[in-house]
Design a protein around this ligand. Structure first.
Ligand code: NI
Length: 179
C-alpha cells in the first residue's frame, strides 16, 4: 500500500453529525471508481487517527464499505469489506471495551455476540466470508453497525449513553473554544 503515504486524509465525522445516523446504501459496480479511490484514503485516515476500523459513513460517504486492521503495529492485515453482512452469530456474548473515532476519547464496555461470521465482497468483487471472535468479532460488528447508523453507545443503557454523549459534547465544545 505505497499510496497510503500520499493519500489525503479524510475528515472523520464526529457525533452528533447527522451522517452518522443514516443508513448507507449497497455498493454497486457503478461505484467502483469511487470505492477504489476511497479505500487507500480510508486506510490512511484510520492508521493516522489511529484506529483499527473505519466505516465509510464516518468520512461522510453513505456506502456499505468498511476498512479494518486490528493489529496495525504487530502484523498489518488490512481488510476491506464491501457490503458486509453478519450471517451467523454465537448465542454466547462477550463484553469488551469499545471506542470509536466518531466519539473521540469515549470508551465503554459493550456486550455483543462473542463470535460472528460475516459475508462480504472484496475489492475485486469476489464473494468472501470471514469469521472470528475476540477483538475481530467486536470490530466487525461495530463497523457494520456504522453502515446502519448505529453507534456503540446504542448498546448501552440510556443512562450510560446520555452520560457519555454529554461528556463528549462538553469536551468537543472545550476543544473548539481553545482553537
Ligand atoms: Ni466506530
Amino acid at each position: 500500500m505505497s499510496d497510503t503515504q500520499t493519500s489525503t486524509l479524510l475528515t472523520i465525522r464526529i457525533v452528533p453529525d447527522p451522517v452518522l445516523r443514516k443508513t448507507a446504501r449497497a455498493v454497486t459496480p457503478a461505484d467502483a471508481a469511487q470505492v477504489r479511490a476511497l479505500i487507500p484514503q480510508m486506510f490512511a485516515t484510520m492508521y493516522a487517527a489511529p484506529g483499527i476500523g473505519l466505516a465509510a459513513p464516518q468520512v461522510g460517504v453513505l456506502l456499505r464499505l468498511v476498512v479494518i486492521d486490528i493489529a496495525p503495529e504487530k502484523t498489518p492485515a488490512p481488510l476491506v469489506l464491501i457490503n458486509p453482512e453478519v450471517v451467523a452469530a454465537s448465542p454466547e456474548s462477550a463484553t469488551r471495551e469499545e471506542g470509536c473515532l466518531s466519539l473521540p476519547e469515549q470508551y465503554a464496555q459493550v456486550v455483543r455476540p462473542a463470535w460472528v461470521r460475516v459475508k462480504y465482497e472484496d475489492e475485486r468483487g469476489a464473494r468472501r466470508e470471514i469469521e472470528g471472535d475476540g477483538l475481530l468479532a467486536a470490530c466487525l460488528q461495530h463497523e457494520i453497525d456504522h453502515l446502519n447508523g448505529v453507534l456503540f453507545v446504542d448498546h448501552l443503557s440510556a443512562l450510560k449513553r446520555n452520560m457519555l454523549l454529554r461528556k463528549l459534547a462538553k469536551e468537543q465544545k472545550e476543544k473548539t473554544s481553545r482553537k
